[in-house]
Every structure is written in C-alpha cells, then in structure tokens.
Design a protein. Sequence first.
Length: 284
Amino acid sequence: MERNGKQIDLKSSANSTEVEAIGQKSTIFPPYIFGTCVIGPIHKQLDIPCQDACDSEFISGWSIIAVADGLGSANKSEIGAKEAVDTAVQTWRTIISEKNNEEINYEQVLREIVSSSRKALETKAREEQCNLHDLACTIIVVLAFEDYIFVAHIGDGAVVAKTDHELLIVSEPGETEYINEVVPLTSKNWEINLRISKKIPNIECAAVFTDGCQRASLLNTQNGLQPYNLFFDPLFQYAQELDNLKQGEEQIRKFLSSQKMSDASEDDKTLLILVLKRRSIPND
C-alpha cells in the first residue's frame, strides 16, 4: 500500500462523509469503512465464482458491516452469502428507522438481524428450488456506535480491533469438532452456535475478515489465537491515515490478491476495515 507516496508493506464501499476541496486531497471524517472481496486462486482455477460477500452502511450515527463466506461444499453458496449480507443490512435499516438509540438492546437487535438473514435464506431456497444447505454460508455482523462495537458471528472468520493501547480479537473463528468443519447459518443448530460479543469500548478501528485471511492475520499460541501485530499494525495505521476511500479499497484489493496472501490461503478473501478514530499524521 502507499501512504503519502511511500510504499507500505501490510505484512511488516464505504459510505462515510468524504469532502474534496479544489486543489487539495480529499479528507475523510470517521466513521468510515473500506475494503472488498477478492476471488481466491483455487476458485479461478476451478472456474468457481467468489463465494464471499460483504455490505456496509451508516445510519443515524450507527455503522453496520455484514460479511459472509459461502461454503465450498454448497452448490449455490455465493447466492446464499449475498442474500445473507443484503438482508442483514436491510433489517438494520428497518430497525434503526423505528427506534431511537435509547431503545436499542444490541444483543436483541443482533439476534434479530441474524434471524432475518436465516429466514431470507429459507425463502431464497424456495425461490431457487434448492436445498437450504445449497445456500450455506457463515455470517459476521458488526454494529458500531461512537467508539463501541458489537458483534454477532456464526462460523469462521474473525473480528480484530485496535483500542488506544492494544490489539484484541473481538470475535474469533468458531470452534468445531473436526478440522475444516464449519457450522453455517443454514444449520439446524444455528441459534446455539450464534456468538454475540460483549460491548467493547474505546475502539479506534476494526477489521472484519473471512477465513481466507485467517492464516496470515492470526497466530496460534499457547494462550489461544492472537492478532498478528505485523499484519494489523501497518494495516490500521494505513486505515487511520487514509485520505481517499477509492484508493484505499483498491489497495486492499491488491493486497488480498498479492502472492503473499495467496500463499497463505488459496480461498476467497474478504477484508473490511472500520475506522472510528483517525490518527494524526506528523508533518514531514
């Protein structure tokens, strides 16, 4: 990535307000979101579509991010993933239009959002005349307000956040009995496997990503999974100093498509970054 004309090595759609003055580079005011999905090398080789999907929106001071990863074993999982994230954002849009901030119970709302996505998959299966499992996908939903974030999560992928003094995993990949096994939103036991994080304060920025990014971004230690600082520190620094959302999205696309990321995983990759607090850039 580039920052102020300098190359940044990340390993060593946004809807925010973006104001561009004549003769000056654009200025972005938090909160803002940028990132994308890219197709994995193995999917290109097999002529399989990208099975990841993502969406985001800002409404009434709240931010929402929805990310889904279609299961490779499901025939129409790319359709399921898109339906799940589109429904999540639409459901939140409806909820926030009917409530004020004092009436929002974040745990109840997140359950309602994920439940709506599950019902939408059931409807979609009837429309597509297919089995519900053919639309199988994971889902991560992130809500943010001021400097707080809340997460609902089924399946793998993760959410990592930066506070003013540490990196932390807000929601980690779901545990399963067998390697490479994932419990999807289409499972009969989806409600049991839905994980909702506690209210996390003092967030400066957060990354939401599918399992195609896990091997490069998370370390497996004796104390469990930990964020890999050589992945996240430069990523979040770049995000907090970003001055052009389109450029940021393109840089994320290039990064996810890079040989280093492909070597870590041949799967599809999605990475969305939410910035709630900018970082001041020292004068050169």
